[in-house]
Write a protein that binds this ligand. Structure first.
Ligand SMILES: [Zn+2]
Length: 310
C-alpha cells in the first residue's frame, strides 16, 4: 500500500519517500539514510509531520510504502479471509493513525492525501502449476523471469521453441514479442524478452517439480478484476464524497503531477478520467457512464426476455 501527501503550493519543495519492509530499512530520497532498526509508524509520522510544516519550508511531496497487505496476500492467499482480515485491520489502523496525526498537526483538510495500491491479488494452488519441463527441454532457452508472466530467450530455433510453448498448456498463452497485445503496453521496450508466457488467473508457471512458493500472486492480465488496485483520496484538490467507477493505475502519475503543479514527463497515463475526482474540474466520467449504459442494456434485455417468454 502506498500513501502520498502533496502540497500544491510548494513549487520548489523537498520530497522524501520511505519503504516499510518488515522490520524496517527506510530510504530517504532527499537525504539518503539507511537505518536497520524497527521504526514505529508513530515515529515515522512524527518525522514526516515535523518536516511537513509549511513554515519550515516543508516537504512538497512525501510517500510512504507499506508491504502489507501484499506480504500476507502472497503468504496466505486472498482466500484466507481470517489471515487477511487481521492484516487489513492493521493497515486500516495505520491509516486511522495517519489521519489522527494529520488532524493533530492541523494539516488534515489542508493537504492532499492519496492512499492507493499498485495491484490486486489472486489465489494460487498446487493444483494449478504449469511446468516448463513438460513443454520443452531446458537446453532450448535461457530463463529470464518466472512468475505469472514468464520471460525467456530461445537458444535453439526461435520458431520451434515458440511452437512448443504455444501448444504446451491450455492455461498458458505464449507470445512472440512482436505479437504481445498492444493493450498490455509491453512489446516496444528493448528489455522485453523474445518470448513472453502469460498464465491464466490463479495459475503459476514453474520450471519443474510441484513446489508452490506463494499461495497468492499478482502480475496477471490487468483486465481481471482480481488484479485491480484501489485508490482513495482526500484533501482540497479532490471532490468530496465522489465515487468513480474506475481509473487506470497509469493515470495516478499525471494526477500527482497535476496536484503538485509540476509538468509530467512522457508517460502512458492521462488526466481525462482522473479529472473527475478533482475539485473544480469538468469531466465526463467515462467509466461511470459505461457502467450505467451496460446496466440499462442488461435491464432492457431482461425485460425483453421476460416479455417474450410471457
Ligand atoms: Zn507482491
Amino acid at each position: 500500500m502506498h500513501i502520498a501527501f502533496t502540497d500544491k503550493n510548494g513549487q520548489n519543495g523537498n520530497s522524501f519517500s520511505l519503504c516499510f519492509f518488515l522490520c524496517v530499512t527506510p530510504f530517504f530520497t532527499s537525504f539518503f539514510l539507511s537505518v536497520s532498526v524497527c521504526l514505529s509508524l508513530c515515529l515515522y509520522l512524527s518525522v514526516c509531520l515535523s518536516v511537513s510544516q509549511p513554515q519550515d519550508g516543508g516537504v512538497m511531496f512525501a510517500a510512504l510504502y507499506w508491504e502489507e497487505p501484499d506480504r500476507s496476500g502472497h503468504k496466505f492467499g486472498p482466500d484466507n479471509t481470517t489471515a487477511m482480515a487481521k492484516v487489513l485491520k492493521e493497515v486500516d489502523d495505520h491509516v486511522g493513525l495517519l489521519v489522527s496525526e494529520l488532524q493533530r498537526a492541523g494539516l488534515w483538510g489542508h493537504i492532499n492525501v492519496v492512499v492507493t495500491s499498485d495491484h490486486g491479488m489472486t489465489q494460487c494452488s498446487a493444483q494449478r502449476l504449469i511446468r516448463l519441463d513438460d513443454c520443452l527441454h531446458p537446453h532450448n532457452y535461457t530463463l529470464v523471469d518466472l512468475a505469472p508472466v514468464t520471460a525467456l530467450i530461445p537458444t535453439q530455433d526461435p520458431e520451434k521453441v515458440f511452437s512448443l510453448l504455444d501448444k504446451c498448456h491450455p492455461h498458458m498463452t505464449a507470445y512472440q514479442k512482436k505479437a504481445i497485445p498492444e493493450r498490455l503496453h509491453y512489446r516496444n521496450n528493448r528489455r522485453v524478452q523474445p518470448i513472453i508466457l502469460i498464465a491464466d488467473e490463479g495459475w503459476l508457471i514453474i520450471q519443474r517439480g510441484d513446489k508452490l512458493l506463494t499461495l497468492g500472486n499478482h502480475g496477471y492480465d490487468n483486465t481481471l478484476p482480481s488484479m485491480h488496485a484501489f485508490l482513495a483520496a482526500s484533501g482540497p484538490g479532490f471532490r468530496q464524497g465522489y465515487r468513480t467507477a474506475g481509473m487506470k493505475s497509469v493515470d495516478v502519475y499525471p494526477l500527482m503531477c497535476h496536484l503538485l503543479g509540476v509538468p509530467p514527463a512522457p508517460n502512458n497515463g492521462s488526466l481525462a478520467q482522473a479529472r473527475c475526482i478533482l475539485s473544480g474540474e469538468d469531466c465526463v466520467d467515462v467509466a461511470l457512464v459505461a457502467g450505467v449504459v451496460v446496466g440499462v442494456l442488461l435491464l432492457l434485455t431482461a425485460v425483453t426476455c421476460e416479455y417474450l417468454h410471457g
